[in-house]
Design a protein around this ligand. Structure first.
Ligand SMILES: Cc1cc2nc3c(=O)[nH]c(=O)nc-3n(C[C@H](O)[C@H](O)[C@H](O)COP(=O)(O)OP(=O)(O)OC[C@H]3O[C@@H](n4cnc5c(N)ncnc54)[C@H](O)[C@@H]3O)c2cc1C
Length: 396
């Protein structure tokens, strides 16, 4: 039976996270303005101590009960409710977990997972000529003796500044299309692996986004995730394995977006209370105001996105296929994050766009949810393919 209720330990952890998010809410404005990578504040960050406490509780829990994705989902959601990208960055730094770590989990051998398990890894798929269509990757990897030689350009790499290494997607055989795409761990400091720039963005400004160039960048042969011999036998490090990365990360991204819109929604409710606007949830259709209609719609969309996200995370936790569910929840989470934040501003008027309040920031932070980890259009394509039993060649 599907049961999303939390046990006592999880409830306690979640309460701590919520308290932390609330207590440190004001810092998110500072991080936003300074575009500061929060982790660089290290132990000086006021949250560091509280975070260590939470992570100790989580480690303890993971040891006893096993890591739990729905729990992680709930955490992401409540974190974003307070701080969004800032708190997420601290989490990334403290837990050494970024997108590349999900790729490592999805496509690496057990030995590789042990070797880089505690290394903060970003993930670089996107290129100037390749975004939604991953098979358009131009970055090449050529085997030369016991080394791979990488050449190409990667853009929009989340945590690119903060990370210790990057999981780079490259093709070893362009004529093989998706089949030629593999992923390689490239550590910072490797000659030929150059950081080009840090993006200046609309939102999620304290989560860094970077661009890299790879020029005759030589890395050990065993840095190919899944290893080349194994790839031939099992396809472990191949494209399909890599795409499984998204089955884990899409629920997380959706959760972040839902947290963001929840924060804006909470603010709207508080503002209405202050203005003496009563929300009569029980009023029938003939008595409801237009504001009530909008709030009911918002509430129901948030609940629908939350439930579909919990389901995708629950399946991931159980080790069950969740390709359809993760794309579905990301599409819903992305949409409600974007439209919900827009609606919050509509309901608040000027209060929604002043920098004196955080709704303005939530609005800017929300937009990305429907872009990275597959845009809304791409996730709906994945959903359609899964329902119809089509391949990406059948429906693109
Ligand atoms: C802040 C930020 C962080 C990011 N982090 C990372 C990261 O860590 N690693 C990484 O590799 N990438 C990252 N990205 C890149 C992100 O994944 C891409 O921007 C995204 O996949 C879309 O690609 P694109 O921007 O090239 O748009 P395009 O693929 O060019 O798409 C443009 C538009 O066309 C639509 N579209 C495209 N194809 C179809 C289709 N077949 N059917 C219908 N509509 C379609 C899209 O939905 C979109 O609206 C990040 C981007 C941002 C902004």
């Amino acid at each position: 039976m599907v049961d999303f209720s939390l046990n006592e330990t999880d409830q306690k952890i979640l309460e701590e996270v919520k308290k932390l998010a609330k207590a440190t809410e004001k810092n998110s404005r500072y991080w936003d303005e300074h575009e500061e990578e929060v982790r660089h504040m290290g132990q000086k960050a006021p949250e560091a101590e509280a975070f260590s406490y939470i992570f100790d509780m989580m480690k303890d829990r993971d040891k006893k009960e096993g890591a739990c994705s729905p729990m992680l989902y709930q955490m992401t959601q409540s974190m974003n409710q307070g701080l969004g990208d800032g708190l997420m960055s601290i989490m990334s730094g403290q837990r050494n977990w970024a997108l590349g770590n999900a790729s490592l989990q999805a496509a690496g051998t057990p030995e590789q997972q042990a070797k880089w398990g505690n290394t903060l890894l970003a993930m670089a798929n996107t290129e100037p000529g390749c975004g939604s269509d991953s098979k358009a990757i131009e970055t090449t990897a050529v085997l030369d003796g016991d080394e791979w030689v990488l050449n190409g350009e990667k853009i929009f790499v989340t945590t690119g500044i903060l990370c210790q290494g990057v999981v780079v997607w490259a093709t070893i055989d362009k004529s093989a299309g998706r089949g030629g795409i593999k992923s390689f761990v490239v550590m910072k400091g490797t000659p030929g692996f150059q950081l080009e720039k840090k993006e200046k963005k609309l939102g999620i400004r304290s989560s860094d986004t970077a661009a890299f160039v790879l020029k005759n960048c030589r890395i050990p042969r065993e840095n190919l995730l899944g290893l080349d011999e194994e790839v031939k036998q099992k396809g472990g490090g191949g494209f399909k394995g890599l795409m499984r990365t998204f089955n884990m990360t899409r629920p997380m991204v959706s959760a972040g977006g839902i947290g963001n819109v929840n924060a804006a929604y909470d603010f709207v409710q508080e503002a209405m209370k202050k203005e003496g606007v009563e929300m009569n949830w029980e009023a029938g259709p003939l008595k409801r105001t237009s504001i009530q209609d909008k709030m009911i719609e918002l509430e129901s969309q948030i609940q629908a996105a939350s439930l579909s996200t919990l389901r995708a995370a629950w399946l991931a936790e159980k080790g069950q296929p969740n390709n359809l569910e993760s794309a579905m929840c990301k599409s819903k989470g992305g949409e409600i994050s974007r439209t919900g934040a827009q609606l919050a501003i509509e309901l608040l008027g000027a209060l929604g766009i002043t920098q004196d309040q955080l709704v303005e920031k939530a609005f800017r932070d929300a937009r990305i949810t429907d872009i990275y980890e597959g845009t809304g259009e791409i996730n709906r394509l994945v959903v359609a393919r899964a329902i119809l039993g089509y391949t990406s060649e059948d429906l693109m």
